[in-house]
Each structure stands twice: as structure tokens, then as C-alpha cells.
Design a protein around this ligand. Structure first.
Ligand code: PHE
Length: 341
């Protein structure tokens, strides 16, 4: 076999490799060229017809052809692989309008949720929503509310005192004095917030809990107004028509004073575990603003009267969500809080 024939076989082989358009065509070409009976493999057999002196050169030439074909195959394979990757990259449609992955955010505390809903309800009924300080003085928390220093009612308000004789408010009622001293009557306002009592903690007592105080000042205010206002307000809060009742209750800053009960929403008054089989759930303290309190706030009791109520927000949250231990509310346990997402 002549050198020129070898060259022909070689260029035909390379052309065959280059013509392969995909991996399987390439494999076919590989078999056809380098397989047992492949064109290039058969070249070696021709060595017997070559004169002995030229066999060395012929063998090297055949090896060069083989090497060239193997290289061409490798190169073609790499080319195919790269082309496949490139077409994948070109093909991939990227939809910029798909929503991203949301970062996990915090959730509103159940107390904040209930408070926000109450505020919206009261704003819709024409109330101011006011925010007062948690550190108070003795005058606003007690004296102006008709609770002088030696009054037995102070026993009900175990108090955290600061070193300079200020205190952590034991209820939101000091807001009554502050509101009456700043707002022009007639007005109505609510003031939600944290209150503090130096108490032993158990399932129904916390040293820190939440109240919402309400105050309405106008002319000729009577118990009838109080009664209907409480009924409307509680029905608004619960989103259903409720039956309420007022029982005598003692708070030094109201006269007369009442405990306001709501007919049990669970059993409709028939008696169940929630209402401890009484048919009623105690809900808030309320009453007509005591004349002494009006006077301490600079209002003339002959001209202005009012009603006030104090609602336990923590209690409301517990009832609404069926929470049976007040310690969960301020406990900060994320497993508890995540349920209110
Ligand atoms: N301040 C009272 C309490 O903390 C509640 C209350 C407010 C009662 C207003 C009557 C009128 O228990």
C-alpha cells in the first residue's frame, strides 16, 4: 500500500468523523473505523504485502493515521458535549415574573391582633385611641382616682415602686385623669396598654398583663347609657348580638360601680365548663365616674358626668383563642406564637 493511499484512507476517516452529527452517529463512525473490521484497523493487515525494508515506516504511518482518527473522535465528542450544554443554556427560559421565595417573617402577637381589632372598632364608633406611659406617679394611679394612701383598695393593687417613688401603673385608669385634663369634653376615648402588679404568678395571674380602658364624658350621663354602651361595645367586639348584665362591683373611682357579665357565648347561658356552669362570663369593671375623680381632673360634676370601663385584654385573648394559661401570653415561646400567623 502506497503512502498516498494511506492519506486517502485517513482523510476519508476524518471526514466520516466530522460528518457525525450526534453521539450515536459518532459511535457508529468509531466502530466503522477502529472496530475489529474497521477501515483503519484493516490497514495493519496490509503490512504483509509491504517489502520488509519498508515495513517499519509503513507501521509508523498506519499508527499516525490511527492516532489522528482517535484524536478526531475525542475532539468531536467534546464538541458535541459543549454544543449540548450551550443549547441548554440558550434554551432555558427564565421567567422573571415567577414569585420569589418569601423570607420567613415574624407574626403579629395575638394580643396585638386583638388590640388592633378593638382599636378599629372603637375608632369606627368615634373614640380617640390614646397611649399613656407605663411609669406613673402616685397621684394619677391612686389619689386622683379616689384611692388615698390609707385606702384599703390599695391592697388590691400590689405595686412595683421605683426608688424615687414613681410606680409601674397597676391599671390603665390613670389615663382617665390624663384624658380629662387634656381633652375638651364631651369626648370618648380608649387607652390600651400594659399594666403591672406585684403578684405571685399562676395560670390566671401574671405580673404583667394588658388592659383596655374606656372613658366617655358628656352631660346627663346615666347608668342607662352605661348599660347600653357596654352592650353595644361587647357585641361589636364579638361580632354578634350579646346579652349582658351589670352586677354591683366596687371600684373607688366609680359610683355606682359594676361588674359586667356577658351571657356565655359557648352554651348560650345554659351552663358549660367555660362559664363554670353559671351561664355568665365576667368581663369587665365599669361604672359612672365618681364626682371626686371628675373634680381631681378639673371638671365640675354638676356639669359633666361620664362612664368608664376597664377590660382585661389578656383575658379576652385567652377566651377568644381558648388559651387556658395566662403565662403563655407573655412567655415568648415561638412554638406558641407561630400558631397565630
Ligand atoms: N381599673 C379597674 C381594674 O383594674 C377596672 C375598672 C376601670 C373598673 C374603670 C371600673 C372602671 O380592675
Amino acid at each position: 500500500m502506497e503512502q498516498s493511499q494511506l492519506e486517502e484512507v485517513k482523510s476519508a476517516a476524518l471526514a466520516q468523523v466530522m460528518a457525525a452529527e450526534d453521539e450515536s452517529a459518532l459511535r457508529d463512525a468509531e466502530v466503522a473505523l477502529l472496530g475489529k473490521k474497521g477501515t483503519v484497523s484493516l490497514l495493519s493487515r496490509g503490512i504483509s504485502q509491504v517489502p520488509p525494508k519498508e515495513r517499519g515506516a509503513f507501521g509508523r504511518a498506519v499508527n499516525d493515521v490511527k492516532k489522528a482518527v482517535v484524536e478526531a473522535l475525542t475532539h468531536a465528542r467534546e464538541g458535541l458535549r459543549e454544543a449540548a450544554i450551550q443549547s441548554e443554556l440558550d434554551d432555558r427560559s427564565f421567567d422573571v415574573t415567577l414569585p420569589g421565595i418569601r423570607p420567613t417573617g415574624g407574626t403579629m402577637h395575638p394580643l396585638s391582633q386583638v388590640q388592633e381589632r378593638l382599636e378599629e372598632t372603637f375608632i369606627a364608633m368615634g373614640y380617640h385611641v390614646l397611649d399613656y406611659l407605663e411609669v406613673e406617679d402616685e397621684f394619677h394611679n391612686f389619689e386622683a382616682l379616689n384611692i388615698p394612701a390609707d385606702h384599703p383598695a390599695r391592697d388590691m393593687h400590689d405595686t412595683f415602686w421605683t426608688k424615687d417613688r414613681l410606680l409601674l401603673r397597676t391599671h390603665t385608669s390613670p389615663g382617665q385623669i390624663r384624658a380629662m385634663r387634656t381633652l375638651e369634653p364631651p369626648f370618648r376615648a380608649v387607652f390600651p396598654g400594659k399594666v403591672f402588679r406585684y403578684e405571685a404568678i399562676d395560670a390566671s395571674h401574671e405580673h404583667t398583663f394588658h388592659q383596655l380602658e374606656g372613658l366617655m364624658i358628656d352631660r346627663h350621663v346615666s347608668v342607662a347609657h352605661l348599660n347600653s354602651s357596654m352592650q353595644i361595645m361587647l357585641s361589636q367586639i364579638f361580632g354578634q348580638e350579646l346579652t349582658i348584665r351589670l352586677r354591683p362591683g366596687y371600684f373607688p373611682f366609680v359610683e355606682p360601680g359594676f361588674e359586667c357579665d356577658v351571657q356565655c357565648m359557648i352554651c348560650g347561658g345554659a351552663g358549660c365548663r367555660v362559664c363554670k356552669h353559671s351561664g355568665w362570663v365576667e368581663f369587665l369593671g365599669c361604672g359612672l365616674v365618681h364626682p371626686n375623680v371628675l373634680r381631681s381632673a378639673g371638671l365640675d360634676p354638676d356639669e359633666w358626668q361620664g362612664w368608664a370601663f376597664g377590660l382585661g385584654l389578656s383575658r379576652l385573648v385567652m377566651m377568644q383563642y381558648g388559651i387556658d394559661d395566662i403565662r403563655h401570653i407573655m412567655g415568648g415561646d415561638l412554638r406558641f406564637l407561630r400558631q397565630f400567623a
